[in-house]
Design a protein around this ligand. Structure first.
Ligand SMILES: NC(=O)c1ccc[n+]([C@@H]2O[C@H](COP(=O)([O-])OP(=O)(O)OC[C@H]3O[C@@H](n4cnc5c(N)ncnc54)[C@H](OP(=O)(O)O)[C@@H]3O)[C@@H](O)[C@H]2O)c1
Length: 261
């Protein structure tokens, strides 16, 4: 397969950052879309732009995926309109930067609900349908932070370790059923992520920052190629590889320095 033309993709977190790039890249391949996130206005604007630019059909679903049962409600709403999802881009997520003890536990739990629970439910709901049809593609957005513990981003990094472990295992589980599961592990990327996480960008991190377009493009390419995992950018690949050679305490100290105070 060298194009997703004619398929329908559901992209979560499609109101900003990587989600917008996934939407544009897939629409350019003549993929019809469902955009899902909380903020309706930016998604309506994006939908209108993509319809004009590429002539694709774009639906918008304003939904808080961290609210209990939201993935099921989204699936039911699409089923009721006979909207079949061929490609699921599980991208919605956010980070919490700072001291674990000082962060209100409700915020940490909400992040876990979005980054882990909603992603898992969506993968289950849409993945089962895809396996029944013996055709489908699922992209899980993990992170470079999935590869080691990160003091200062403790719970966020742990959610992404979960996403990567889930994604790699499901790659093997789903493959015999005709469904590709790919995990994308971006390093630091220039999106709305830092503002949402309450993080300032350290000078070192600034140097390592990628633009969202090539990051999203590498995810879509890896999905088409049926890969289990992709890590965009040479410095990010080297960072993940170096973990095989260094003690875990050193990995934590290095990542803490890179992620900043
Ligand atoms: N940027 C980075 O450095 C980086 C690095 C590694 C991994 N990632 C991952 O990449 C993914 C995309 O993030 P981004 O960098 O593009 O950041 P972003 O610009 O802040 O985008 C995050 C998206 O998630 C949506 N979202 C947040 N809470 C939601 C909720 N409760 N329900 C539904 N949608 C929700 C946001 O939309 P609304 O606010 O409208 O709901 C937004 O569309 C995330 O999973 C993130 O963890 C980012």
């Amino acid at each position: 397969m060298n194009s997703f033309a004619g398929k329908r993709a559901l992209i979560t977190g499609a109101s900003s950052g990587l989600g917008v790039e996934f939407a544009d890249l897939l629409a350019a391949q003549k993929v019809n879309l469902v955009l899902a996130a909380r903020r309706q206005e930016p998604m309506e604007k994006l939908a209108s732009d993509l319809r004009h630019k590429y002539g694709v059909d774009v639906l918008v679903e304003a939904i808080d995926l961290a609210s209990h049962g939201a993935p099921g409600r989204l699936k039911s709403s699409l089923d009721a309109r006979s909207v079949v999802i061929d490609i699921l881009v599980n991208n919605a997520g956010y980070g919490l930067h700072g001291d674990f003890r000082e962060t209100p536990i409700e915020r940490t739990v909400n992040m876990i609900q979005l980054n882990i629970t909603a992603l898992t439910e969506l993968t289950h709901l849409f993945g089962r349908d895809m396996a029944t049809r013996r055709s489908g593609h699922i992209l899980l957005v993990a992170s470079l932070l999935a590869f080691q513990a990160v003091p200062g981003d403790a719970a966020y990094a742990a959610t992404k370790a979960y996403v990567l472990a889930l994604g790699e295992a499901l790659h093997d589980e789903f493959r015999p059923h005709g469904v590709v599961v790919t995990s994308l592990c971006p390093g630091h990327t220039a999106t709305g992520f830092d503002a949402a996480a309450g993080a300032t960008v350290s000078p070192l991190l600034r140097v390592l920052t990628m633009n969202p377009r090539p990051v999203a493009a590498s995810g879509i390419r890896a999905l088409l190629q049926g890969k289990a995992m992709v890590l965009p950018g040479l410095p990010n690949k080297m960072a993940a590889f170096s973990n095989r050679l260094t003690p875990r305490a050193m990995q934590r100290a290095t990542m803490k320095r890179i992620m900043g105070p």
